[in-house]
Structure formats: C-alpha cells, structure tokens
Design a protein around this ligand. Sequence first.
Ligand code: PLP
Length: 392
Amino acid sequence: MKFESKAVHAGDRKKPGQFTPVVTPIYAAVSYAYDKMEQLDRVFAEEEPGPSYGRHDNPTTSGLEELINTLENGHGTVACSSGMAALHLAITAALLDRRKTVLAASAIYGATMNLLTKIMEPMGVETSFVDMCDLAAVEKAVASQRPGCLVMETISNPLLRVAEIDELARIAKSRGAALLVDNTFASPMLVRPIELGASFSVHSTTKYLSGHGDALGGAIVSDVEHAPIVRTLSRTMGPILGPFESYLTMRGIKTLALRMERQCANSVLVAEWLAAQTGVAHVYATSDPKHPDAATIGRLFPENLLGAIISFELKDAGRDEVFAFMDKLKMIVRVTSLGDVHTMALYPAMSSHRDLAPKQRQRLGIGDNLIRLSVGIEAVDDIIADLAQAFE
Ligand code: PLP
C-alpha cells in the first residue's frame, strides 16, 4: 500500500467480537477481563496479544500506535501524552545503558533545550550543542565527547535548517550513540528517520499528525534495538496518551496526505510572495532553491513536498512592530502551535523560544523581528491577502 492508503487504513478494523467496527472505537475501560486467569497471565507476560491495564496498553491507543508505526516504517511505537513527554521518555531510553551525555543540535525547540539543560542536566545528564549541518564539527564532537545520544530535529525550529540524518546516523552508530530525530515539522509523509538509520523518530502529534488543533499528544517510533525498552519504560513511567486523544489523532491522520500536499503547495506560493515584499528583510523556507541545505532537502524530501513552515523577518522591526503586524492579521490565527489546518502565526521570541536569554536567541539567529508561519489548507489567495493587508 502507498503512504496515502496506509494513512487511511492502518491500525483500524480490529475485531472485538462478532462484528468489525469500521474505525477504531474509543475504549475508555482502564482494565480488561478475560474468561480464564491463565489467559490474563499470558497477556501480562506478552505471550498473547491483548490489553490488560490502561497504563500498559489501550485498544484505541494501540490502533494509533500501529498507524504511526506503519507510516514511519518503525519497529515499535509508543504514544505519549505530549510531544515533550515523548522526548523525555525517548532520551531516557537512549541513555539507559549509555554514557549520560547528550549532543544536541544548537537549533532546537526551546522546551527541548530546557528539558536537556534545566531538568536532565541537574540530574546528571551533560548536554553540549553543535551545528548538526556541519558534519565535520559533529564528527569531532562525537569523537571527543562520546555522547550517549544525539538529539536533532528534521527541520529545525524556527530557522528551518535540514541536516543529513543518514550521515548523522552513521556517525552516531560508529561510536555506539543513539540518534533521536524530532520529526514533528516534517511528518512521516516527508521524511522517515528510522529508514535513514535513526534510533528514534519522535513526534509532537499535536501538530501535523493530529492536524486540527484539538488533541495534544506525542509519539516515539523506535528502531528494532530500542522498541522493547521504550515500551517497558512507558509501562512503568506512565506518560501514556488517553483513548480520546488517540481517537482524535487517528481520525486526523487519515487526511494527513491531503493536508500536507495542500500545505506544502500553499507554502511555496506564500514564501515566494513574502520574498517579493519590501517590508520583508529575509524569508526562511525549505522550498527556497537558495536554502543553505537545498542539496540535502532535494536528497531526503519527496519532490514538491518540502515542508509547510515559513519564517520571515520584518524589515527594520522590533517587538512593537511585529506585534502591530500580527495584531492586524484577520484570518491567520495568532497562536502557539503549528501543523493545523488553519494558518498560524507565532512570534518565537515570545513563545517557542521565550525561555532563552535574549543573547542566546541572538546567537541562534532568532531576531526580535522574526515571525514563524505555519501554512494551512485555506485558499492560498486568502492567506496572501491577509498578509498583504497586514503590511499596509
Ligand atoms: N517538538 C517540536 C519541534 C515542537 O514544535 C513542539 C511543540 O511545539 C514539541 C516538540 C513539543 O510538543 P508538545 O507541545 O506536544 O509537548
């Protein structure tokens, strides 16, 4: 089956009895009874498939996990209550039997940086940062620091750099390190990190996978080595996704391919339009042929599916001018998220990268004039018209 068909069918139509529900229902039950204790014993021992207790597994969530695992070509997927819970669990799994050292991309989501530096570091996990697009620098840092795990994003947030996942996987594996890729910005429609040699592909399913702004969630897709340990840790630590969110996320994923095609196509036109505006100092777009990582994008991404996030800098602007511009937006929603059907504008200095010191933001190239746009599925003319009136 092709990606579009898998997105519609995988994980569904499990037979609970005499009939087959066409989509996976919401199973709210916490515990699952069996006719014989012997059978429950086999289920607990994982010798027989089936749910036992809600922290271990849930039939709705299992359907979602099978769906995401199929789309990512993984060897096991665990759904979590948020993207951050998924990142925490995956890093914990990666470091369990390795050196407690992380080498992370310097361009990374603010909360991920906080997780590493403010929570895991005080607990003994040392973190250093490197430009993942500079393979020589990564090779050097891996050789000298011997990290247990490399952490990166497929498309970095918010400046949209794209590193060579397959080369980084090779470097990590040559030194026994795990490679964790946050694939939230790309979705498995664009890039499948496990196929490229990553140990983990992690998602905030809150974004493109769920796609409608109504279900927070996360997922860890693992390679064959790490799938069992992630499941075991999840069963003990319990960061699981509830059945209602699992249902909504599964429902959202059925249209992922359609949404992504439209969002990527809209983004190309919006980025070109923005680049032609006198009020815009710079546009960051993965569809830009002059993108610094254009060769990598061309190699790793499908043709015409180059991502749907655009960042741009307003000319001669600071926080006040950005606020005034964003306040003028009428259809585009001013919110802290991405990947939904509606177009969204976000101010990184205030939200995704708020907790970083201004100097740190500056060092990363996140200026006070930077706006991040998550392009939605609306008619592209309406998106451009809304931006145009905000420039007036
Ligand atoms: N990873 C990336 C790239 C994100 O943008 C986000 C949230 O914006 C997260 C992880 C965290 O996801 P969640 O908000 O579902 O915890």
